[in-house]
Design a protein around this ligand. Structure first.
Ligand SMILES: O=c1ccn([C@@H]2O[C@H](COP(=O)(O)O)[C@@H](O)[C@H]2O)c(=O)[nH]1
Length: 295
């Protein structure tokens, strides 16, 4: 098993470089680790912190082969651990530590966003070296204003970590907020978020192709990005694309919908893969099928 998720440049090369390297070697698939009560039941596990931990470590085992990670990253869904309070978060901490040891990048899907002083607390929890919950990247919500996220982005960059900011989410309700302003001089909310993210990357990425800021751009809505004025290649960062699998997006459809931005896409699937468990062999087969479809 490989033990580096470093981009071949030391343990804490910039996040954009590390993710680009992981996507080149493993392919553009991210395994979502979502311990839903129904999946735990299907796997014969209890909906308890111990069940969550067994589920998470089995998913991780399937994600890493003898020659290294089969996926570019894993994305634990924080809400499904928080259901069990501190014991659930302890299970998440153990998954993050095990992934680090296995050389798999981690994206904590926490969707944090608040006023600046509180954002400092979220940064300390999710991207500070000293935190047991520190992941390689965390998802952030920009709806208290993109500016509230900037100190967290800068702190992530300093730590060789990254963020994914919600721009166009995969759920149909997202348009109520994200499409506002479409056709106006300033453009849609999503366009403005993408432009602000691109500006941060331009300031921080130096000679790297990608800076520390990615966007969440749902695979189910990627076809709308162009009409809404998002310049995805100009982002200078990756696109985390949930919605692949159970929500209906296919590899072929994503390739067409993302167009020239396809090399930036990290497709993430949770239930579509996890429902093949608890057999590690079946999980591996499903990961490999998804991987092949995306290659
Ligand atoms: O726009 C978004 C942002 C995040 N998600 C999260 O991704 C996974 C999707 O799970 P599936 O089982 O593959 O549908 C889940 O954790 C969501 O909270 C998203 O779906 N859309």
């Amino acid at each position: 098993m490989t033990t580096t998720a470093t981009g071949g440049a030391g343990p804490r090369a910039p996040f954009g470089r590390r993710l680009a390297h992981a996507m080149e070697t493993a392919g553009p698939l991210c395994l979502g680790v979502d311990p839903h009560p129904g999946l735990l039941r299907q796997w014969g596990l209890s909906d308890t912190p111990a069940g969550l931990e067994a589920f998470s470590l089995t998913a991780l085992e399937a994600a890493v082969g003898p020659e290294g990670p089969r996926v570019a990253a894993i994305k634990p869904q924080v809400a499904l651990y928080e259901r069990h309070g501190s014991a659930g978060l302890a299970a998440l901490e153990r998954l993050l530590a095990a992934a680090r040891d296995a050389g798999v990048l981690t994206i904590a899907d926490a969707k944090r966003g608040d006023i600046g002083s509180t954002m400092d607390g979220y940064a300390a929890a999710w991207i500070a070296d000293a935190s047991p919950l520190a992941a390689d990247a965390v998802t952030l919500s920009p709806y208290l204003g993109f500016g509230t996220l900037v100190p967290t982005i800068r702190a992530a960059h300093e730590a060789g970590r990254g963020v994914f900011v919600l721009a166009l989410t995969s759920n149909p309700e997202g348009r109520e907020v994200q499409h506002v302003g479409e056709g106006s001089a300033e453009g849609s909310v999503a366009r403005r978020i993408a432009a602000a993210a691109a500006a941060e990357n331009a300031a921080l990425r130096g000679d790297d192709a990608w800076g520390p800021v990615g966007l969440v751009l749902g695979a189910t809505v990627a076809a709308e990005a162009d009409r809404l004025g998002l310049d995805l290649p100009a982002l200078g960062g990756p696109l985390l694309a949930p919605g692949f699998g159970v929500q209906g997006a296919t590899a072929r459809g994503m390739r067409a919908d993302f167009g020239t931005a396809w090399p930036q896409v990290l497709a993430t699937s949770s239930r579509g893969i996890l429902s093949a468990g608890p057999s590690v062999a079946s999980l591996v087969d499903t990961i490999e099928e998804n991987r092949a479809a995306l290659r």
